[in-house]
Design a protein around this ligand. Structure first.
Ligand code: NAP
Length: 258
């Protein structure tokens, strides 16, 4: 009876799983947060700079399930520790970690990239994934369905020289996926998604000429939609993916066919 009262009072969320999506204010992370909410997860929406955009995502998440927003720069370990503290205090559980936050900073090849841009690119895209994983393992290992899903890129598999640091960081994410999959089995599965070219701010910032070239060279003849990544995240987060770990799954409309 007491349990029933507690469940009713809390919207019946006793059995709800908690998912953290880093970089969920825009683009792919936003679509992931919304699809997880549609699948009844409580969603922690992490953002770095765009609070208003994160609040808009929260409104959508709340229309399907429930969520909170947390500001944290994943390249800053103090921010990640603070995010951990907030999630532990509020929910005392985490079932799904989606390491989605990423940035190109400034496209540059080996000859022109500055030391500062190199470092920042690796700090966000690689060190951020490592530190989030390391810090949230403690909560994830208490879940009976722990999942880590990393966002790498086709650029991490087959490098594109004009974004040399981003490609190196994304290749590093593949290595982390492999290493953590071995370390964390059988309790937690760890997989990565390697998108091709998805229609987000990141891709739009490349300019229309490059986008036209990409579309021309993609067998599906279009950019991907953020939702087409989110659906795979929801599958990998679910119990249906229970025997899949250490995999890098390309979602690229055939752009990756070599
Ligand atoms: P996006 O549209 O540029 O959005 C980036 C998201 O990451 C935003 O929510 C941003 O938050 C957040 N973010 C950036 N730096 C952060 C930091 N230091 N700490 C926390 N959050 C941070 O990017 P996207 O296209 O959706 O990409 C999402 C992921 O997919 C990235 O890992 C990206 O590398 C990967 N990916 C994308 C493509 C593509 O074609 N779009 C292809 C392959 C891989 P704020 O807005 O709040 O700052």
């Amino acid at each position: 009876m007491v349990i029933l009262y507690w469940e009713l009072k809390n919207g019946g969320n006793m059995e709800k799983k908690v998912a953290l999506v880093t970089g969920a204010s825009r683009g792919i992370g936003k679509a992931i947060a919304i699809d997880l909410a549609k699948n009844n997860y409580i969603v922690v929406i992490n953002y770095c700079q765009n609070e208003n955009a994160a609040k808009e995502v929260l409104d959508i998440v709340n229309s399907y399930s429930e969520g909170i927003i947390i500001k944290a720069d994943v390249s800053n370990i103090d921010d990640i520790n603070s995010m951990y503290k907030q999630i532990k205090e509020k929910f005392n559980r985490l079932d799904v970690l989606v390491n989605n936050a990423g940035a190109i900073i400034r496209p540059a090849g080996w000859a022109e990239i500055s030391d500062k841009d190199w470092q920042k690119t690796l700090d966000i895209n690689l060190k951020g994934v490592f530190n989030c994983t390391k810090i949230f393992i403690e909560l994830l290992k208490n879940s009976n369905n722990g999942r880590i899903i990393n966002l790498t890129s086709t650029v991490g598999i087959s490098s594109v020289a004009p974004v040399i640091a981003y490609g190196a960081a994304k290749a590093g994410v593949i290595s982390l996926t492999n290493a953590f999959a071995k370390e964390l089995a059988p309790n937690i599965t760890v997989n990565a998604i390697a998108p091709g070219n998805i229609d987000t701010d990141m891709t739009q910032s490349a300019g229309q000429d490059l986008i036209n070239w990409v579309i021309d060279n993609t067998p599906m003849k279009r950019l991907g939609k953020p939702e087409e990544i989110a659906y795979l995240v929801s599958f990998l987060a679910s119990e249906k993916s229970s025997f899949i770990t250490g995999q890098i799954i390309e979602v690229a409309g055939g752009y990756d066919l070599r």
